[in-house]
Design a protein around this ligand. Sequence first.
Ligand code: ZN
Length: 414
Amino acid sequence: MNQSTLFGKTSKTSPKDEVSTNANLLIRGGFVDKVMAGVYSYLPLGLRVLQKVQNIIREEMNALGGQEILMPALQPKEPWMQTGRWSDPGPEVMFRVIGREDKEFGLGWTHEEIVTPLAKKFISSYKDLPLALFQIQDKFRNEPRAKSGILRGREFNMKDLYSFHANQDDLNTFYDQAQKAYAKIFDRCGLHALVTESSGGAFSKYSHEFQVLTENGEDIIFYCSKCEYAQNREISEYKTGDQCPKCNGVMAEGKAIEVGNIFKLKTRFTDAFDVKFTDENGKQQPVLMGCYGIGPSRVMGAIVETCNDGAGIIWPAAVAPYDAHIIPLGEEEIVTELLDEVVEELEDAGVSVLVDDRAATVGAKFADADLIGLPTRIVVSSKSLSKGGVEVKRRREQTAEIISKKDVLTWLQK
Ligand SMILES: [Zn+2]
């Protein structure tokens, strides 16, 4: 991809109305564009990151045995009346839409009201269980304060998985597997998430949140820095300095971003929609449910919040929009030839590259490379050639080095 034709441009100045680090860097880097508070357009660079996060999640959900579906954002009022959630939490959370003849609809902020009646149509026997359905789709929340960039949107991208089980043991087993899959997803995305106990509602003692410690987090958790046992402050029995209940470490308080949550719903929704199955003995039994959410857009925001420095974003390799930023300096034939050779070799090897072919100063190109934050920067110039090849630098490191053209691929893969 040539940067001169890439849609979206970098900007030196911070947007006036954005207070969050993630929105500032993502807007300045040309990843997203703000439409209104809590609502953003994804430009080509930003969409590439979002899709990489989505694909990591999709791979792990498929490995867990999930089947991907797509449910509507526009939802009828009736199933929400049936669960009581049309009025509680109601319009505080759900955007309502008035259609023709004053018919009311809602924009989905979660999908139990759609997926439970859907599953009911196909579950009749114990042979139909367990079942796990997931989707990656945009959701809507009537947020009172949408000031956290893509961390807390009024429209946001979400992966939601719903599992259906014949008994508690089966739900527990799947829940533990889902927890492991989640840990793997965050790890692959370059996030260190703490499994944090939180309120389980009326049906379980605890649910679990995945919390990433960062100064800009909106949640407060208490955690053990030794074994990483953690509880959300909302339910915590601990305070700073208490001994960890799991090891001899000490509990500390920290701000964190919630990037995922898993919840045993048990029969909360299957009771509301009367979802039953026939067991091995021909007896009718209630179906048990679990739900498991991760917001890809929020994960992307959390990555920016935790992976940046004064100059810009530092994308983890697995979610970077491109693998390498190639910067040619000068228009001599010798430089152009070397550039073509390097680009061809890397692209043949499956390395995606962004080539800064713009007519800009060296300083401006380097500043933009730092702001956009691709994992590696490769400078091709007559100066680098005279020193023996190309100049390479990792975004995380301060110093550049000259390596021979034939070693570029090996260096990138190191
Ligand atoms: Zn501990």
